[in-house]
Design a protein around this ligand. Structure first.
Ligand code: BG6
Length: 511
C-alpha cells in the first residue's frame, strides 16, 4: 500500500531523559544482560534518554571488575545482534561505558548487599542522586531471596527524593500457587508500585500498536465484536529449538513458557474494552478483565480443546535439527511439549460465541508472531452465478519479524466473468517509519525509570494467567501418553490442524 502520510520519527522529539539512577543488574554475567539489556541501554543512551547521572552497576558472583565488565558488555554489543551489523555509535557507547561498574558478590551473602549499600551511599554523596532500580536478571529461585535481602539492607526504602524499584524477569512462578507465593513474598518487602514484572512482549512496538490501531481509528472498533468477527487466531511460531536452555525448558514446556504470559498479553490487547484512559491501572484493569472472562476449562474440556506436540528430527531453514529428545539437557524420554494449541472462549458480551485459537511452538517452519482476525463472510447472494464465492475478510496484525498490518479483501479479477480474487493492503512498519532496531526492552526500562508501570504486569494479571492454564497443567500432569510428534521445520502436529478443522476453520499457513 502506498504510504499517504509522511514518515514520522521513531521517537517523538522532546521525549525527556529519564531521571538519574543507578541501574543495578543482578545476574550481570548472564545471557540476558549481554544480549538484550546492554543493547537496550545503549539505544536509550543514543537517543538521549538517559541522564548524565545514569549508571549501571552489575552484580554477580563471577569475579570481575569495572574494566572487565565494561569490556564484556562492549564485546556483546559489538558482536551480537542488529547493532553489530549496522555499526555502533561509539560516542554514545563511550558515554554509557564510562558509567558502568561491577560488584562481585554472591546473592545469598549479606556482605553483597552491604557492598551495594556502600556504593549507593558513595554515589549519593558524590552526585546527590539516590534513585535505584534493581533488575533481577537471575534464575527465578533468587527472586524472593534477593528482594528480601535488599529489604533487610534497607535498600528498598524510598524517600521523597529517591525511588527504589524492582524489575522481575519471567518466569514469574510455574503455576498459580507458586506465582501467588512469589507475589506474597515480594509484596511483603515492597509495595505494588515498586514492583515491575516484565513480559517483554509488552515492550514490542507492534504489541503496543494494537491499542493505537483499535482505539485510534474510528473504523475498526464498531466491527470489533461477535457481530462481525468469526474467529481470532494468535500464533507465536519460532524456528529456534531449545538451544542451550534444555535444563530450563524440559521442566517448563511451551504452555508455561509462552501461554499465560506472552500469548495472554496478545489476547488481552486484541480483546480488551477501551480503557477510560492510558493510565496504568485503567489499562491493566481492562486487560485483566479479558483474562478473567476466559471460560474456565475443566480437565475434560482441556482434553478436547488443548493439543500438544513435540518436535522430532527435521530440517529448519535448510539446516538439520535433532529431535527434541536428543537436545542437550533434555531427558531422552521427555514428555515435555514444545508446541501447544488451544481454543478458548471469552465469556463476555463482546466476544460470546467467537472462538480464539492460540498456538505456539519451537522448531517450526518460520519465525512469525501474528494475530489474524477473520471477519464473517459477506452474504453470497449476489455471487450465486459467479465462478467463486467471496472469502472472509482477514485482518492480520504481524507482531514480528515483519511488523505490520495487512487487510485481505475480495476484488474482481479482470475479465468477462465475475471471478473474485483475494488482494491485500499491506502496511509495513519498517518501510513507513524507518525505525532503528530495538530489542523491546528500551521502552520497558525507560518506563520503569520514569515510573510508568502501564506495560508491566500487576500481581492480579499474572495470577489470572496462571489460573486459566491450571486445569491444563493438571490434565497433562496425569497423562502417561507423550505429545504428538511433528517434524522440525513443519507447521506443527496434525492434531493442531484437526482442532480447527472440527470447527470448519484452518490456521493461516506458516509457509
Ligand atoms: C521467552 C521464552 O520468554 O520468549 C522463549 O522463554 C521464547 O522460549 C521467547 O523463545 C520468545 O520471544 P521473542 O521476543 O523472540 O518472540
Amino acid at each position: 500500500m502506498a504510504a499517504m502520510i509522511s514518515p514520522s520519527p521513531a521517537k517523538p522529539a522532546g521525549t525527556p531523559a529519564a531521571p538519574p539512577c543507578t541501574f543495578v543488574i543482578f545476574g550481570a554475567s548472564g545471557d540476558l544482560t549481554g544480549r538484550l539489556l546492554t543493547p537496550a541501554l545503549y539505544h536509550l543512551q543514543r537517543e538521549g534518554l538517559l541522564d548524565a547521572g545514569f549508571e549501571i552497576l552489575g552484580v554477580d558472583r563471577v569475579e570481575n571488575n569495572d574494566e572487565g565488565f565494561r569490556k564484556t558488555l562492549g564485546e556483546a554489543l559489538h558482536t551480537l545482534g542488529a547493532d553489530a551489523e549496522r555499526g555502533i555509535d561509539e560516542a554514545a557507547w563511550g558515554q554509557l561505558a564510562a558509567n558502568i561498574h561491577y560488584l562481585t558478590g554472591d546473592f545469598a551473602d549479606p556482605s553483597t548487599y552491604q557492598g551495594l549499600a556502600a556504593h549507593l551511599d558513595q554515589r549519593q554523596r558524590a552526585t546527590g542522586a539516590s534513585n535505584a532500580v534493581f533488575y533481577l536478571a537471575v534464575a527465578p529461585r533468587f527472586f524472593a531471596p534477593i528482594a528480601a535481602a535488599l529489604s533487610t539492607a534497607g535498600l528498598l526504602d524510598e524517600s521523597d527524593t529517591a525511588f527504589r524499584r524492582l524489575i522481575v524477569e519471567k518466569p514469574f512462578g510455574t503455576d498459580l500457587a507458586s506465582a501467588q507465593d512469589l507475589n506474597a513474598k515480594l509484596l511483603a518487602v515492597a509495595t505494588e508500585k515498586q514492583i515491575y514484572r516484565i513480559d517483554h512482549y509488552l515492550g514490542k512496538e507492534t504489541v503496543q500498536n494494537i491499542m493505537a490501531f483499535r482505539f485510534g481509528n474510528g473504523m475498526f472498533e464498531p466491527i470489533w465484536n461477535r457481530d462481525h468477527i468469526e474467529c481470532v487466531q494468535i500464533t507465536a511460531a519460532e524456528t529456534v529449538g531449545v538451544e542451550r536452555r534444555g535444563r530450563f525448558y524440559d521442566g517448563t514446556g511451551a504452555l508455561r513458557d509462552m501461554v499465560p504470559n506472552h500469548l495472554f498479553q496478545l489476547l488481552s490487547m486484541v480483546a480488551m474494552e477501551a480503557p477510560n484512559s492510558f493510565d496504568a491501572d485503567a489499562v491493566r484493569t481492562e486487560k485483566a478483565k479479558v483474562v478473567e472472562a476466559v471460560r474456565d476449562l475443566t480437565p475434560e474440556d482441556a482434553a478436547k480443546v488443548v493439543v500438544r506436540g513435540q518436535y522430532d528430527a527435521g530440517t529448519v531453514l535448510g539446516k538439520p535439527r535433532a529431535a527434541y529428545r536428543q537436545e542437550p539437557d533434555v531427558a531422552p524420554d521427555s514428555r515435555t511439549e514444545t508446541f501447544v494449541a488451544m481454543k478458548l472462549a471469552i465469556d463476555n458480551w463482546r466476544w460470546s460465541g467467537v472462538p480464539f485459537y492460540l498456538r505456539t511452538g519451537k522448531s517450526l517452519a518460520v519465525r512469525r508472531t501474528e494475530i489474524a482476525i477473520q471477519f464473517k463472510k459477506a452474504p453470497a447472494v449476489l455471487f450465486r452465478d459467479a465462478v467463486n464465492a467471496p472469502m472472509p475478510n482477514l485482518l492480520v496484525i504481524s507482531i514480528q519479524p515483519d511488523e505490520g498490518i495487512s487487510l485481505r479483501f475480495a476484488a474482481k479479477v479482470p475479465g468477462r466473468e465475475m471471478r473474485l480474487g483475494q488482494v491485500e493492503m499491506d502496511f509495513r512498519y519498517a518501510e513507513h517509519f524507518k525505525a532503528e532496531p530495538q530489542t523491546g526492552y528500551e521502552t520497558l526500562i525507560y518506563d520503569c525509570l520514569t515510573g510508568d508501570p502501564t506495560l508491566f504486569q500487576r500481581a492480579d494479571n499474572i495470577e489470572a494467567g496462571w489460573f486459566e492454564v491450571q486445569q491444563i497443567q493438571r490434565l497433562w500432569g496425569g497423562l502417561t501418553t507423550p505429545p504428538d510428534l511433528y517434524p522440525a521445520g513443519s507447521d506443527g502436529p496434525a492434531c493442531a490442524d484437526e482442532l480447527l478443522a472440527r470447527d470448519g476453520y484452518a490456521w493461516l499457513p506458516l509457509t
